[in-house]
Design a protein around this ligand. Structure first.
Ligand code: UDP
Length: 464
């Protein structure tokens, strides 16, 4: 009997990366592949504690821990992502090499997170086919890729008074990308800073892989994907992966890849609310707020007089433990119209008929999950790719309001009211249209469906 293809999938240890790459692992394993999902010890234990990951997959799926000491809790500290990144590069690289070389079943291909170039180095050293997966949007990836052009044209470093000027050096975005829409790293005045360098070099090394998988779909990002294909010709757009997985396993229910305990009680609360009456609020798994920012959002939400469901992570306030006290002046409005939770099943929430809008930090997974469900967004990006995503939501896709770089209770209250009102007009046509294109992409004959089949064929052909 011919050996089964064996793929190792290796994500960066953060919720958004693990979530989408685990969905990819599931999609790949459906084609009768052996799949080893390789994660840090911390991620391994969280997945076992909070998900049914082992029972969900067939016997060809293996969850493996790579020895690595740092917990992802470090990420809510200043520069946490880079501390985690550096420690992975320094500590985990030799383990990765040894792990792959000593595997019982020969490895056909490594699918590594595109921000882990050390995995690419290992693949090259041992002559193993490599495919990268980037968990960000095509538009964010492309803006990272064009950073050298921006530097050459002296549009970077960004000048304080140039934040609203349109930039000309990111092809395909010449008419609408402003300084403030560039990835947050570009705001650094010092372009030699390690975080800026990492983001740029990790992206620029992508073309060495045999292919690039993106969690997006052609009808959403076609023009930018054409730009990316000029430097990485073999792009597999297979998204939105969470919707794609549901199609392939013919289910309407969501499979959780959560690294924290989900509070399901919010679903019971949503069940009691009228259709499209609730604004859902979340800043994702990493972004933090100052105490002042938190209060502006809180006042804004209460003053909007709309119902709201708010994920208030215990570590949401930068540098301090969240205390479960409601400011006195906000108590009545919060109790009457608000519901707070530490962490919720987001895909399920966004699919709930009671949700009418999403106040989001514009992380790519959250954005895609909202697009698939046709939920319009208010975007308040914090860092990395989020600034680019929010510009596309507001200006290009017209699926919501981009309020980046403001944090004012009156603006927030007005935006929430506008978004919820405009659902029946301005935004709903666009969001419903894009949601139907998203579904078309992952159904048989759709672009993402065809691209996943092509990916599977290509990996099969890599068996020596
Ligand atoms: N998420 C969740 N429960 C929550 C908040 C977020 O399951 O209470 C999930 C969400 O569905 C998404 C991921 O966490 O898949 C966040 O990823 P994203 O790329 O949006 O942002 P990040 O956390 O990477 O900043």
């Amino acid at each position: 009997m011919d050996p089964l293809p064996h793929v190792i999938i290796f994500p960066f240890p953060a919720q958004g990366h693990v979530n989408s790459m685990l969905k990819l692992a599931h999609l790949v394993s459906l084609s009768n592949f052996d799949v080893t999902f390789l994660v840090t010890v911390d991620t391994h234990d969280r997945l076992l504690n909070h998900t049914d990951v082992l029972s969900r997959f067939g016997c060809g799926f293996h969850l493996q821990a790579l020895p690595h000491g740092i917990s992802m809790d470090v990420m809510n500290t200043r520069d946490g992502i880079f501390i985690l990144y550096n420690s992975l590069n320094q500590i985990a690289k030799p383990f990765l090499r040894e792990f792959i070389v000593n595997m019982n079943s020969p490895v056909t291909c490594l699918i590594a997170d595109g921000i882990l170039s050390m995995a690419g180095d290992v693949a090259q050293e041992i002559n193993l086919p490599l495919i990268y997966f980037r968990t960000i949007s095509a538009c964010a990836f492309w803006s990272y890729f064009c950073i050298p052009h921006l530097i050459q044209a002296r549009q970077l470093p960004l000048k304080e008074n140039a934040m609203d000027l349109t930039l000309t050096k990111v092809k395909g975005m010449e008419n609408f990308l402003r300084g403030r829409d560039l990835p947050s790293f570009c705001r650094a005045s010092d372009l030699t800073s390690p975080d800026f360098r990492i983001v740029m070099t990790e992206t620029l090394q992508t073309p060495r892989a045999r292919g690039l998988i993106l969690n997006t779909f052609e009808d959403l990002e076609g023009p930018i994907l054409s730009q990316i294909r000029t430097v990485c010709p073999n792009v597999y757009t297979i998204g939105a992966v969470h919707a794609h997985l549901k199609t392939r396993i013919a289910t309407k229910s969501t499979s959780s890849n959560s690294l924290w305990q989900e509070d399901e009680s919010c679903i019971t609360w949503l069940d009691t609310q009228p259709s499209k009456s609730v604004i859902y609020v979340s800043f994702g798994s990493i972004a933090g707020l100052t105490k002042e920012e938190l209060l502006e959002f809180w006042y804004g939400l209460v003053n909007s007089e709309q119902k709201f469901l708010w994920v208030m992570r215990p570590d949401l306030i930068i540098g301090q433990e969240r205390k479960d006290e409601i400011p006195v002046e906000l108590e009545q409005g919060t109790k009457a119209r608000g519901y707070m939770a530490d962490w919720i099943p987001q895909e399920k929430v966004l699919a709930h008929r009671a949700i009418g809008g999403f106040l989001t930090h514009s992380g790519w997974n959250s954005t895609l999950e909202s697009i698939v469900e046709g939920v319009p967004m208010i975007c308040w990006p914090r860092f990395a790719d989020q600034q680019v995503n929010s510009r596309f939501v507001g200006e290009v896709w017209k699926m919501g309001l981009d309020i980046k770089d403001t944090c004012d209770r009156d603006i927030i209250a007005k935006s929430v009211r506008d978004l919820m009102d405009k659902r029946n007009g301005e935004f709903s046509e666009r969001t419903e249209h894009m949601a139907s294109l998203a579904k078309k992409a992952v159904n048989e004959g759709g672009s993402s469906y065809i691209n996943l089949d092509r990916l599977i064929q290509d990996i099969r052909s890599m068996i020596p």
